[in-house]
Ligand binder design. Structure first.
Ligand SMILES: [Zn+2]
Length: 560
């Protein structure tokens, strides 16, 4: 249940945008009613040779990535809340115009889980007789065509708003452009969708833009563009940058975190594609990618409370029957990991005490099934600014100090972040190392450490120092820190395709050992998920059996 006033505001905004009100704004997409045709395992998988450790480059497993689309989330609420809350005024004024447009497109244009289910079946019929190279070429062609459609759709809807004017002024920042014509046009929107992807992209010159990279208006459009792809296309775009692209790092698998923001954000209670359908589709993505993705089921304690335990049951199903390996939480939507402390921020929101029993049930189930919980753990991207601190080291300490829960497998996503200027969350990374001392399976990933990728010397030093810290039992924190991209949140950055290589290069030259780098790039994440041969958790046997039943070979298993 959303506060009525915010829903009314949201509907008003749709009207004011000049786009008119959509009938049945909150209607769900058609549900998936059956498991569908048996898709060919590995239909759209990369060539295993690309992942082979014998090829140049070190293998990696990404602990933190996203491949969803706008149909899987409250896209407008996410843009106007967590994303806009952090941005500068120039970006916020663009998002003000963009978010109702994105919401309409989320319903009318983003492929729902049902639609992609059918799409994959069609691809299977059309492509299964072709060679791997030809199949991937067809997918690449489809991506180009889809980008054209996305650019056209965004242009068509945005040209009638103030967006072109604001885009233009934030681009130029009051100065004349030095090269290229970046006026708002069908062509410039299309170029923005390839931001970072090619050297001669219209927007890749910084000459016309002053300000931090993540505030670039073309980057914002590139990020938004990904919200309208088929999810399999997002996986392929990712692989072309981090798996088969030229470089020193070859990502062999990526933990794919889903999200569930139901009830907390302005707009509709549920996204067009309901969570159960997202789960069923994700299972197909595991199959056609040949186990490239390791999916994490989203869990939202408020949904669980309202549905009388349905969310928890869905987590159990995802793990036991559908090839999932963990659970994703998002505390900055405004709850504490252990459900303690604060009174509700808004009327109608649940109290922390009300969430505590369902969260306790979730953690108990995670211990039983021996799967990790991953959570956004940075002082950022809250539903409201005051929610930014919900995932603090102190709040995670409360969880791991609860008897029994010190044994939980946990990944603190973002590891407190790589704050580029003094900010309230600066101490978080260091404090998370303190939590590692208390809890033997507490890990943290460096998702969206863009300043590290840029080689900012103080940030490189910060990470290397953290890695050296003693966490007891003869261990150093280097055994608990994970490589992560947070793609496609990073699609706003111009050099996003170099993220993995840049991090690898900077760490290699910063006085770390080869063994430390190898741990960070993939060994630690295998430990966290219980996937190693030497210390297997329940995930390993479950996944091997699941892959066996589904004909999945999952090349990354060679690394274990
Ligand atoms: Zn993330």
């Amino acid at each position: 249940m959303n506060p009525f006033s915010s829903r009314r505001e949201f509907i008003k905004l749709l009207g004011l945008s000049g786009l008119g009100m959509v009938g049945g704004c909150c209607v769900s997409a058609k549900p998936i009613t059956e498991t569908g045709a048996a898709l060919s395992a590995g239909l759209l998988a990369e060539d295993p040779a690309a992942l082979n450790t014998a090829t140049p480059g070190i293998p990696a497993i990404d602990a933190h990535a996203h491949f969803f689309n706008a149909s899987d989330m409250q896209a407008a609420g996410y843009l106007s809340g967590p994303i806009a809350n952090e941005g500068p005024e120039s970006l916020r004024s663009l998002i003000d115009i963009l978010h109702p447009v994105v919401e309409l497109m989320a319903r009318k244009f983003a492929p729902s889980a049902y639609k992609e289910f059918e799409y994959l079946e069609n691809l299977d019929r059309e492509l299964s007789g072709l060679s791997r190279v030809d199949r991937l070429e067809r997918l690449d062609q489809a991506i180009i065509e889809r980008k054209d459609e996305i650019a056209n759709e965004l242009f068509k809807r945005l040209q009638r708003t103030d967006f072109p004017k604001k885009f233009q002024s934030s681009m130029q920042n009051g100065r004349f452009l030095i090269q290229g014509d970046t006026r708002f046009s069908k062509e410039s929107v299309r170029a923005a969708l390839d931001y970072g992807l090619s050297q001669n992209n219209l927007f890749n010159s910084t000459a016309a833009f002053e300000g931090p990279d993540e505030d670039h208006p073309a980057g914002l459009l590139a990020f938004v563009g990904n919200l309208f792809h088929y999810r399999i296309e997002n996986i392929r775009i990712y692989q072309k940058a981090y798996t088969t692209g030229a470089g020193s790092v070859r990502v062999a698998a990526a933990c794919m975190a889903m999200v569930d923001f139901d009830y907390w954000l302005d707009g509709c209670d549920h996204p067009p594609s309901r969570l159960r359908d997202q789960m069923l589709l994700t299972e197909k993505l595991v199959k056609v990618s040949d186990g490239f993705i390791l999916p994490l089921m989203a869990y939202n304690p408020w949904s669980d409370l309202k549905s009388g335990g349905e969310s928890l049951a869905l987590v159990e199903q995802a793990i036991l029957r559908h090839g999932f390996v963990g659970v994703k939480l998002y505390p900055p939507i405004c709850y504490q990991p252990m459900g303690e402390g604060d009174t509700p921020l808004k009327s109608g929101w649940p109290s922390q005490e009300a969430l505590k029993p369902v969260l306790t049930a979730l953690y108990t189930m995670c211990l039983d099934m021996d799967v990790p919980v991953m959570a956004h753990a940075n002082f950022s991207k809250g539903a409201e600014l005051v929610c930014d601190d919900r995932s603090s080291p102190a709040n995670w300490t409360t969880l791991v100090e609860t008897p029994g829960f010190e044994r939980l497998r946990i990944n603190a996503g973002h590891f407190g972040g790589n704050h580029k200027s003094p900010s309230a969350g600066e101490q978080w990374s260091s404090d998370f190392v303190g939590v590692m001392k208390q809890a033997p399976h507490f890990f943290a990933d460096i998702g969206f450490w863009d300043a590290l990728a840029d080689g900012k010397s103080d940030v490189v030093k910060k990470l290397v120092d953290l890695m050296q810290r003693d966490i007891g039992n003869g261990q150093r924190a280097s055994e608990r820190i994970l490589f992560g991209t947070d793609w496609f949140m990073t699609a706003r950055l111009k050099n996003w395709p170099d993220y993995a290589d840049n991090i690898h290069q900077h760490l290699k030259t910063a006085g770390t050992t080869a063994a430390d780098v190898e741990r960070l790039m993939y060994r630690n994440v295998l430990d966290l998920y219980g996937l190693t041969q030497t210390a297997p958790g329940k995930n390993r046997q479950r996944i091997i059996e699941y892959y066996g039943r589904n004909g999945i070979s999952a090349d990354w298993l060679q690394l274990t």
